[in-house]
Ligand binder design. Structure first.
Ligand code: LLP
Length: 419
């Protein structure tokens, strides 16, 4: 028997045997460390970390982050519900989104969270909703800063042509409108917000972003509008490849803070950041079993987890490191392509990787699966979703049971005439 992968102090093969595969495994210690490191990097100014709930919305993960003092960036009524349930106070939640329904605006107004307003249209709708409920909603404008980070085009969000935010040149007018609405008591202007994209490895772009955002804050101040917070979003990339150089939270802070601190303002606003991937990405592995090894055009390793559980490789050509978790001490032997069980030829998890000799029954671990992993999973092909396990100090706890076939039927209704 080969050497086993140990993750969070726990033998991964033991976990696979005890809980079955596929299996998501999250390391609590690493989660807490990531959060603290990110928070501390910005502690020289008044700042708050609003974790991006979309990256991983398991309740235990949210609860741990709530204990650490995190706020939350939520992008839907559901994420708001989960963040509140986890104990994140409404005063530390920003409701984001480019397409919020009346119900979501109502929910935001009733729960007392701040709202990032994505368009003039939404500003008027929110004001209307708040007025009818007799509430005052604190708002920030989501700015489209017209910034092009080097990342996959599908996850760049601050480009001029992106669907997110109010065009940079129109932002001052949006605040003017919001100020008019303030008189009705429905909204109160509090901050400004942007998010330029995700998995950003060249963080120098954040200096330019900060400068552009601060220029707006200064221009607003000159017009008598003093903001209480500046939210620069998330986006810090993580190393997915072994030995890939990647920026740290300190590197990010070194780009943001000088520009932020030199703002020509009477009082510096609070700085808010919304990291998702950095906080949860490396906390989690996806563990899968090999169902077949086949030599065809390529040497395929077919495992029991595919894009139903981890869609990033298919959607963004994302690279995730894989290892044979029960053969950690065996030398590389062959080039394999690791594929999932989904009925689509695109269901490839890892292409052309050199691994020790793989056999049916071996266990594959896929690294850095904590951000946008389970969170983007589906039941495609009639596959119930897998369990999630939390490991801490050598102990393992179930934080999500695996789904049964019953869950495939959940909420489905067979009309009586079809019985
Ligand atoms: N704030 C806002 C408004 C966002 O839209 C996002 C991510 C974040 C914060 C967090 O960004 P992060 O720190 O995680 O980069 N599914 C893609 C990533 C989509 C990101 C969407 N927005 C992926 O798997 O790469």
């Amino acid at each position: 028997m080969g050497k086993h992968l140990i993750f969070g102090g726990v033998d991964v093969i033991g976990l696979a045997e005890r809980f079955g595969t596929p299996l998501y495994v999250t390391d609590e210690q690493r989660l807490r460390e990531n959060f603290r490191r990110f928070r501390d990097a910005f502690s020289s100014v008044a700042s708050e970390i609003y974790y991006a709930v979309k990256a991983n919305w398991n309740l235990a993960v949210l609860r741990i982050l709530a204990q650490e003092g995190a706020g939350a960036d939520v992008f839907s009524g559901g994420e708001l519900y989960l963040a509140r349930l986890a104990g994140i106070p409404a005063s530390k939640i920003l409701f984001n989104g480019n397409s919020k329904s009346d119900e979501e605006l109502e929910l935001a107004a009733l729960s007392g969270v701040k709202v990032s307003v994505d368009s003039f249209d939404e500003l008027y709708a929110l004001s209307e909703v708040a007025r009818s409920l007799g509430k005052t909603v604190e708002i920030a404008m989501r700015v489209n800063p017209d910034i092009s980070p080097e990342t996959h085009p599908k996850i760049a969000t601050g480009l001029k042509e992106s669907k997110f935010g109010i065009p940079y040149e129109e932002v001052l007018d949006a605040y003017k409108e919001a100020k008019k609405l303030e008189a009705t008591g429905s909204v109160r202007v509090k901050g400004i917000h942007c998010h330029i994209g995700s998995q950003i490895l060249d963080v120098s772009i954040f200096r330019e972003t900060t400068e552009k955002m601060i220029a707006l804050v200064e221009a607003l101040s000159e017009r008598g509008i003093e903001l209480e917070f500046v939210d620069l979003g998330g986006g810090l990339g993580i190393p997915y490849k072994k030995d890939e150089p990647a920026p740290t939270p300190e590197d990010l802070a070194a780009q943001i803070l000088p520009a932020f601190k030199s703002a020509k303002l009477r009082r510096l606003p609070k700085l808010i950041l919304e990291p998702g991937r950095y906080i949860v990405g490396n906390t989690t592995i996806l563990v899968a079993r090999v169902n077949a090894v086949k030599k065809a055009a390529r040497r395929f390793v077919a495992i029991d987890a595919g894009f139903n559980l981890l869609i990033r490789p298919v959607l963004y050509d994302a690279y995730h490191e894989v290892v044979v978790a029960n053969k950690m001490d065996e030398p590389p032997a062959e080039t394999y392509t690791v594929v999932g069980p989904i009925c689509e030829s695109g269901d490839i998890i890892a292409k052309d990787r050199t691994l020790p000799e793989v056999k049916r029954g071996d266990i594959i671990a896929i690294f850095n699966a904590g951000a946008y992993g389970f969170a983007m999973s589906s039941q495609y092909n009639g596959r119930p979703r897998c369990a999630e396990i939390l490991v801490n100090a050598g102990k393992a706890e179930v934080i999500r049971r695996k789904e049964s076939f019953d869950e495939l039927l959940r909420n489905q209704v067979l009309p009586a005439r079809l019985l």
